[in-house]
Design a protein around this ligand. Structure first.
Ligand code: COA
Ligand code: ZN
Length: 315
């Protein structure tokens, strides 16, 4: 096991998480959360999305959030962008990266972006030409590990879209398991094949814990050489246009696991857990993340008093 490789985490709670929350999270709270996350040591934070406010009303305050967050040097502030209009808004907001999105599943693309994949590709190609190298571009490929409506997505399809975007000069690709259909063997196979083909691209994996395989998939990815991962504080998240979608893999649970194994993630877990523990009050409900509740494995409990008595009796 090679634990010397630095792991880079991208926190997506304020985008993937908040986009599906039933109640609107007040703008001040979003900003305070991003600022608190900025102090934890993340490589990247996906702050919000510049989508249609009718489609994603929860993130209708994207400009204000991007305008008022504190930018910590060394942290990249990225945003999700579905089209040219979104890209223009993102550039005006001085995003460090544009995360373009389309689905490798035709049906999910129609549901999420209301157009066939070919039309999405043409629109996103326009965005990439428009940005013209001024800001790095990442492309997130939704449903890369399976589609809740179509089922299996052949790996050749994922590769085909990845190749087309690589040909346009993007900096990175994120393989998204939008509804938690990936399993570790599939993750390892894809991780190895993609790294071989795209050795010069930043490759990120984005897992949801819909079927409890999130952490296993994170581990499979990392052990197959992937160094960039998305996670969502508390395990919030889900795509509003994917039936049965549920939370992302919890950032703090994944980081806690990798930290315990000896990986260098650059994240202050004590600070991160303190932020995670404020999340239920912020969103008004329990969240699935486990380590914030249980504490780190290094947080020990005092033994019951009778254990002392038993020890004393034996001495
Ligand atoms: N920012 C702000 N407004 C936008 C916009 C953007 N990026 N893109 C479109 N709009 C507005 C248009 O101005 C139009 O407004 P109007 O009705 O007041 O005239 C309306 O949205 C519809 O525009 P149209 O071009 O017809 O888009 P659409 O209805 O086909 O929607 C998307 C396409 C992709 C913009 C929209 O479905 C969307 O934002 N989806 C969200 C996808 C997403 O984030 N999913 C979850 C994450 S994977
Ligand atoms: Zn997601």
């Amino acid at each position: 096991m090679n634990t010397s490789q630095r792991i880079f985490f991208n926190e997506v709670a304020t985008r993937d998480g908040f986009q599906i929350e039933p109640g609107f999270i007040p703008t001040d709270d979003k900003i305070a959360l991003v600022d608190a996350l900025s102090d934890c040591g993340y490589a990247k934070i996906e702050v919000t999305s510049f989508t249609s406010p009718k489609a994603i009303p929860m993130l209708r305050d994207a400009e204000e959030v991007m305008g008022r967050i504190r930018r910590v040097p060394g942290v990249e502030y990225t945003v999700l962008v579905p089209n040219l209009r979104g890209a223009e808004r993102a550039l005006e907001s001085r995003a460090d990266e544009l995360n373009l999105v389309m689905s490798v599943s035709e049906t999910h693309n129609l549901a999420n972006l209301r157009m066939p994949r070919e039309k999405s590709f043409a629109a996103l190609s326009d965005v990439i030409r428009h940005v013209d190298g001024g800001t790095p571009i990442n492309v997130s490929l939704s449903c890369s590990f399976g589609c809740p409506m179509e089922g299996d997505v052949p790996f050749t399809e994922v590769l085909r879209w990845a190749e087309r975007f690589a040909g346009l000069g993007v900096r990175g690709l994120t393989l998204c398991d939008t509804t938690g259909m990936a399993h570790p063997a599939q993750v390892s196979r894809m991780a190895e094949a993609l790294q071989q083909r795209f050795s010069d691209l930043q490759l990120t994996m984005h897992f949801h814990n819909t079927r409890g395989m999130g952490l296993a998939n994170v581990l499979a990815a990392v052990q197959s050489g992937i160094t960039r991962l998305d996670g969502s504080l508390g395990g919030l998240g889900g795509c509003p246009y994917a039936p049965g979608a549920s939370g992302n893999v919890s950032s703090e649970d994944a980081i806690h696991m990798l930290d315990a194994m000896g990986y260098d993630i650059g994240i202050d877990l004590t600070k991160l857990l303190a932020v995670a523990r404020q999340l239920p009050a912020l969103v008004g409900h329990d969240v699935p993340g486990q380590v914030a509740r249980a504490g780190r494995i290094s947080e020990l409990h005092a033994p019951p008093a009778f254990v002392q008595a038993l020890r004393a009796a034996q001495a």
